[in-house]
Design a protein around this ligand. Sequence first.
Ligand SMILES: [Zn+2]
Length: 385
Amino acid sequence: MRNAALDPAALAAELIRRPSVTPTDAGAQAVVAAALEGLGFVCRPLAFGEGADRVHNLYARRGTAGPNLCFAGHTDVVPVGARHAWAFDPFAGAIRDGELCGRGAVDMKGAIAAFMTAAQRYLERRNDAGCGSISLLITGDEEGAAVNGTKKVLEWLAERGEIFDACVVGEPTSAECLGDMIKIGRRGSLTGRLTAHGVQGHTAYPHLADNAAHRLVAMLHALTTTELDQGSEHFQPSTLQVSTIDIANPASNVIPASAEAVFNIRFNDRWTGATLKHWLAERLDKVGGNYTLDVTVSGESFLFPPGAVAERLAEAIRRVTGRTPEFSTTGGTSDARFIQAFCPVAEFGLVGQTMHKVDERVALADLVVLTEIYDTFLGLFFDSP
Ligand SMILES: [Zn+2]
């Protein structure tokens, strides 16, 4: 018996109507699971974490043979912000002027719907001949802390000896038009919390004090006026940006005893979190004085030279759109940073121009074309030697 044909716009609209702001699921993954079960996938809901940190994830697989191609994505979305600023209800999933509107339309409920539709078409065409498995790893914690999401599911799979041979992450990687960009790596991200410690005093008697604000300014000057690098073959130059400076001193005649700043470094493959820590300490020590620096590395940089996944994605894009995508490593981090430790990975999805913004929306035509691209990619991956 044939299943009713999935429609990427209708499916994405169903998902948008589940207001799954991280870490809430709101029934979004049940929509995915129901459709996949109809296609013969075995679905495993996997919840990790306790209380407010509890995160819903879903692992679905069709077939038991290798190779196992995984599509990875997330059903969680970022908050809508000021609701009155939206021109439409962000969770209604309405269609206006040829666009599907709502939070998650491009990041990334639209891509999940497109991939599921593509999988159905490919499987029907293949008619259960051929070999290999298709799987989906869907998390509800990509936009948040990402602690109980993809990382935990990968660990769970590894414990069972289940591996992916390749993975496509459906993040909105296209820049201007669908198919112009595939991501083959990502920069790393390091956040530093710097506190300069001094001695409080009267501004009229600075010789009796040690101004922490002045020390902090000198330290930030040292960090922001030194070039980290000039980029590498596949990466832009690494950058350091100060996010905030806080002293919270209400009195103009008091020299502050401490001053704090937070900065974020997006770094390429010339660095690791460890070498950056060393670089930071060297520069800050040169300025001198008492300070503390807390560093968090939320992801190391990684690069997957174009191979089995990216090359076939590029070929699928060429066949469907006539475009040749650029292989890029720009943008923020994604769950690909966890997956790349297990198998080759590339990221490809919708045009990201409205992601995380007010009035997020996707052209219906793009959902149709993305479905065709994923469908063509599946054929190239499984059926071409
Ligand atoms: Zn995303």
